[in-house]
Design a binder for this molecule. Structure first.
Ligand code: NAD
Ligand code: DAU
Length: 329
């Protein structure tokens, strides 16, 4: 079986690929062969991938390159599509790349998947498509009310993917997950940004009052959920994949300060994010009842292990911080 995975030089896709490769002996004949297609934007790094693994091929390219995508899709049996511009703050200062990659790139992949009837096509979406959920939790039927250019571009891609199922009968499956954390996350997202700032003796920029709430999901649990959808999900269905640990940014920051042995003086309150969603919260009972999904990682232990990983892997994150520093203090 040939699996095409897009965006797997990034955080979640690379975790997914490492997990699949580790499941079998390197030369096991029954194990999937994986082709990664990644543009290596600022967010992608080959340090995330086991290059040289006998069942892994890396292709450097853009998901909007129709000729390249056609060639790769012709050889693929299944697709898991992670590639995206993924950072909300960047979409506020410039939305162009978000539309090009998240919308046009997804459509390019869907067209090629349709030509070769590649199935399933698992599209990785996000809980942000529901917008702020101020009380209760969003099921898969909740209206889509994206707030940022990022989440609007993800909602567009998500709907396009579902339209290819409805119109063409393509076996598309969509996942919408909550905020991921864990090793290998690019140090612009709040948890790795704050950890690496604290390890460097800097302050952490907390937006507004820090009262916004996120539901935290360990990246390994997310990858487990994605694979359940790939192997046991139903065509045309959406599956929420939640984490089960709701925290305000203020409480999250307090945990990170403690884990890094830092005091409150290291928090700098800065101007709030424009259009900042107050809260995300998923109802993931469909994934639980249909697929047997449940998050296995305890947040306290997962966060401690994540802080330890960043402590021990300066060689991984210092070059990435240099790519983006200037934007964060
Ligand atoms: P990331 O930013 O770490 O990685 C994205 C990867 O996509 C990078 O390797 C980048 O080089 C690649 N890429 C970007 N544009 C490309 C293009 N045009 N062609 C080919 N490759 C391209 O992102 P992530 O956090 O790993 O997120 C992966 C997916 O999961 C995204 O679709 C994101 O919207 C979704 N998601 C992320 C989270 C989260 O908490 N990180 C939560 C919900 C959903
Ligand atoms: O909910 C899923 C989404 O989670 C994904 O779709 C996105 O790809 C991913 O980036 C993430 O979006 P968020 O905007 O929730 O994540 P971020 O890490 O950027 O911010 C988390 C919270 O922390 C948010 O309320 C804003 C706040 N924050 C963030 C940064 C970067 C700060 O207070 N200070 C910061 O410097």
């Amino acid at each position: 079986m040939n699996l095409l995975v897009t965006g797997a030089a990034g955080f979640i896709g690379s975790t997914y690929v490492r997990t699949l490769l580790a499941r079998h002996a390197p030369h096991a004949p029954e194990a999937p062969r994986i082709t990664v297609l990644d543009k290596l934007t600022y967010a992608g790094t080959l340090d995330n991938l086991e290059l040289g693994h006998p069942r892994l091929e890396f292709v450097h390219g853009d998901i909007r390159d129709a000729e390249l995508v056609d060639k790769l899709m012709a050889a693929a049996d299944q697709v898991v599509h992670f590639a995206a511009e993924s950072h909300v703050d960047r979409s506020i200062t410039g939305a162009g790349d978000f539309v090009l990659t998240n919308v046009v790139g997804t459509q390019t992949l869907l067209d090629a998947a349709l030509r070769y009837r590649v199935a399933p096509f698992v599209h990785i979406s996000t809980d942000e498509v529901y917008g702020s959920v101020e009380s209760g939790s969003a099921t898969e039927e909740h209206p889509l009310r994206p707030s940022s250019p990022y989440s609007a571009s993800k909602a567009s891609a998500d709907l396009l993917a579902l339209a290819y199922h409805r119109t063409h009968g393509l076996d598309v499956r969509v996942t919408r997950c909550s905020n991921n954390y864990g090793p290998h996350q690019f140090p612009e997202k709040v948890i790795p940004l704050f950890i690496t700032n604290l390890l460097d003796g800097r302050q952490v920029p907390l937006y507004g009052e820090g009262l916004n709430v996120r539901d935290w999901l360990h990246v390994d649990d997310h990858c487990h959920g994605v694979d359940l959808v790939r192997t046991h999900g139903r065509p045309g269905e959406v599956y929420n994949i939640g984490g089960g640990t709701e925290l305000s940014n203020r409480d999250l920051t307090a945990l990170l300060l403690k884990a890094c042995g830092a005091g409150r003086d290291r928090v700098r309150h800065v101007e709030d994010r424009k259009g900042h969603d107050l809260r995300y919260c998923l109802d993931w009972s469909k994934a639980r009842t249909e697929l047997g999904y449940r998050p296995r990682h305890d947040f306290t232990a997962g966060l401690a292990a994540t802080v330890a990983w960043y402590r021990e892997h300066r060689d991984w994150w210092e070059p990435l911080r240099r790519r983006v520093d200037g934007g964060h203090g």
